[in-house]
Design a protein around this ligand. Structure first.
Ligand code: CA
Length: 234
């Protein structure tokens, strides 16, 4: 089977207990040239993640043994970088935010379009391929951001940045002091078409402010530009 996608050969771990969804995902992902392993419980999924070292994890929230959020936190604690995409049947915003708080990078709501999911996965891998050629560190305020280690450091304090957190910071920094629209962030970073109901960007800004800003209510570095988007003041 030939595939021209950038992610060909990459390893995708699916942690999902619904056989029909697993079958559909496996067929579509293998057709794209990905290697796929699937596990039907949180415990088995965590074990497979440790042994197999996936390049991306697709994680269902409603698992028979463990709460998916807990699985996500454990995965993230073990690996600060691996992209985690949550598959959620819950359409409520609060669940998405909670998933992102648990360290997920993205989420898709069931029933989802496999084509869109694959587009997002491919976008992740294209950006990862470019990451190596970028400069290693830059400053935002007193924080030194290290894009190779996915860390931010100030004095003795060091925090981890997930893949998407770092991507958002880098794009804002490339355009420092200029407003960048939510639509542009969505298109360039997530590779998805803008939609007025998509709160992904805002959720990430909240997470980043929590990490970067002394006072989240009056941010000094990631500013809201009303009616447009966000602006970085390094
Ligand atoms: Ca389930």
């Amino acid at each position: 089977m030939q595939s021209q996608t950038s992610g060909a050969g990459k390893k995708i771990l699916v942690i999902e207990d619904e056989p029909d969804i697993v079958r559909g995902l496996r067929d579509a992902l293998e057709f794209e040239g990905f290697q796929v392993e699937a596990r039907g419980s949180g415990g088995d999924g965590l074990e497979a993640a440790g042994e197999w070292g996936p390049d991306c994890v697709l994680l269902d929230l409603m698992l028979p043994d463990e709460n998916g959020y807990r699985v996500c936190e454990t995965l993230r604690a073990r690996d600060p970088i691996v992209p985690i995409i949550i598959l959620t049947a819950k359409a409520q915003e609060v669940d998405k935010v909670r998933g992102l708080e648990a360290g997920a990078d993205d989420y898709v709501t069931k029933p989802f379009s496999v084509a869109e999911l694959i587009a997002r996965i491919n976008a992740i891998f294209r950006r990862q391929a470019r990451l190596a050629s970028h400069e290693e560190t830059f400053l935002i305020g007193e924080w030194e951001i290290n894009s190779r280690k996915h860390t931010m450091r100030r004095g003795r304090i060091s925090k981890r940045l997930t893949f998407y957190e770092l991507e958002v910071l880098k794009l804002l920094r490339e355009r420092a002091e200029e407003p960048v629209t939510r639509d542009e962030l969505l298109e360039k970073i997530w590779g998805v078409a803008p939609s007025p109901t998509n709160r992904t960007v805002d959720n990430f800004i909240v997470k980043l402010r929590r990490k970067l800003e002394e006072d989240q209510k009056s941010p000094q570095h990631i500013l809201t530009v009303y009616g447009m988007g966000y602006k970085l003041v390094p």
